[in-house]
Design a binder for this molecule. Structure first.
Ligand SMILES: [Fe+2]
Length: 273
């Protein structure tokens, strides 16, 4: 039984020269779980336990997620931006169930992995192999071209950017189109980092922040994203389990979604300048 979805927040991103406006729904941290009839008792118990743990707004995660998918099919945004932790932990059952939900959805879903996609019984290779079809075949870095702009999805669920991701970003930047970037963990910024450190996280858990530390490729990636030449117009992330909107560079916003299991849905209008 689905319930009506209320848009929690509406934001706009200006892209000069756009021929028509675009609409996206930005969600993150749905943390869905599912066990099938033939799953082990332990598997069923874990799925049930976690479904209850994340029922913090009078709704189970799978139902909150189903509501968003149905809302999208009714209102027809250009895509749903799913910014990671879509499944609560990696199991074949969780991913299979997610795949079934997404294939029943008529709206395009753009998906980057979160740290929870890596949590479970699997190796990274297992995770990548199973989730890849839902992430354009390349969970680490993918590009969706909308003509006047691109959406780039980058995996930062392992708390770092890699040298390969730096090179791929450089190649996209060379195309010269404005970029909307999807991440799971938000990036370090003068606005967000002190805020996160003072929150219940107790430390700056952004990418490049003090908690997870940093390295050369991560710093290079961050510098590229923040540079004006990159044309990264906005970032859409999750992970913090509270919402945030603040500049990651002058005039350019980083949007963090609160968990979709708390019914948080951000509508993003991409409009001509
Ligand atoms: Fe999460």
């Amino acid at each position: 039984m689905t319930e009506p979805v209320t848009i929690t927040e509406r934001v706009s991103v200006v892209i000069p020269g756009l021929e028509r406006p675009y609409t996206f729904l930005h969600i993150s941290d749905t943390h869905i779980t599912h066990a099938y009839e033939n799953d082990s008792d332990a598997g069923k118990a874990l799925a049930e336990k976690q479904a209850h743990a994340w029922n913090q707004a009078g709704i189970f995660p799978v139902d909150a997620f189903a509501n968003v998918l149905e809302y999208a099919d009714e209102t027809k945004p250009d895509a749903i931006l799913m910014a990671g932790d879509v499944v609560d932990y990696y199991t074949e059952s969780n991913v299979r169930y997610l795949g079934e939900m997404l294939s029943a959805c008529k709206t395009e879903c753009l998906y980057v992995p979160g740290n929870h996609e890596y949590a479970g019984n699997a190796t990274f290779d297992d995770m990548r192999a199973t989730l890849s079809p839902l992430m354009k075949g390349t969970p680490d870095f993918w590009v969706r071209d909308f003509g006047a702009f691109v959406i780039v999805g980058v995996c930062d669920g392992t708390y770092r950017f890699t040298a390969e991701q730096v090179e791929k970003l450089k190649a996209v930047i060379a195309q010269g189109k404005p970029i909307l970037m999807m991440l799971h963990l938000p990036i370090r910024s003068d606005v967000l980092s002190p805020y996160v450190a003072k929150s219940w996280w107790g430390s700056d858990v952004t990418i490049g922040g003090t908690f997870h530390g940093t390295d050369e490729p991560t710093e290079e990636f961050l510098a590229l994203v923040k540079s004006e030449e990159s044309r990264v117009a906005a970032i859409f992330a999750g992970h913090l389990h509270y919402d945030h909107a603040g500049e990651f560079a002058p005039g350019r916003m980083q949007y963090v979604s609160a968990p979709a299991f708390t019914r948080f849905v951000r509508e993003v209008s991409v409009i001509p300048g």
